[in-house]
Design a protein around this ligand. Structure first.
Ligand code: URA
Ligand code: SF4
Length: 193
């Protein structure tokens, strides 16, 4: 357990606990306002993220930002974005369960220190790991589940939306539902816009 975000980040950046460490250019700890009430969790860094050390900076990141901005969320102001694993899996393959098992301690600490009111899982990997092992994004997207006082929701991964634009309307509905939920349970998210 770490006492501060800074101490956590410093130690995470040195991590070599799983095999993904040796392939990375940069570790992607996360990005945004660490005092945010809303945390987004993706899968893991891709090529651009690995090169820049920031989450969601490629095409899927642009799409994510569009959805965020449509409900007055901004990664430079009132949210934080992290991933299930902090280092890029080779060839953008899914992170293996054992890699997630090892890396999830870093995310757990991020959540423990941040204490977000809402966690939004971007895609199947995060939703199945953080909400329910059988989570089906196509069926359960947009549903809020209370887990020990934190509201959890799963929605489409932006990269999946680029591959399958038919789901973009449903994704927008999820963000609209998120906006309503933020208004209900968050105290300062919409003050900081
Ligand atoms: N996809 C993810 O899941 N996370 C990123 O940071 C970038 C792409
Ligand atoms: Fe450490 Fe996670 Fe990177 Fe593996 S993926 S080396 S556990 S930070």
């Amino acid at each position: 357990m770490y006492n501060s975000w800074e101490e956590l980040e410093l130690n995470c950046r040195k991590c070599e606990k799983c095999a993904l460490a040796k392939h990375r250019t940069n570790l992607v700890f996360g990005y945004g306002n660490k005092n945010a009430e809303v945390l987004f969790v993706g899968e893991g860094p891709g090529e651009n993220e690995d090169l820049q050390g920031k989450p969601f900076v490629g095409r899927s990141g642009k799409l994510l930002d569009m959805y965020l901005h449509s409900i007055d969320l901004d990664r430079d102001k009132n949210i934080y974005i992290a991933n299930m694993v902090k280092c890029r899996p080779p060839q953008n393959r899914d992170p293996k369960p054992e890699e997630q098992d090892i890396c999830i301690d870093w995310l757990r600490e991020q959540v423990r220190i941040m204490r977000p009111k809402i966690i939004v899982c971007l895609g199947r990997i995060a939703a199945q790991r953080l909400i329910h092992p059988d989570f089906k994004v196509t069926k359960q997207h947009g549903e809020f589940i209370d887990k020990n006082g934190t509201l959890m929701m799963g929605t489409f991964h932006p990269a999946a939306l680029l591959r399958n634009p038919n789901n973009k309307g449903d994704a927008l509905d999820d963000f609209m539902a998120l906006q309503e939920k933020i208004k209900q349970v968050c105290k300062h998210t919409y003050d900081e816009v």
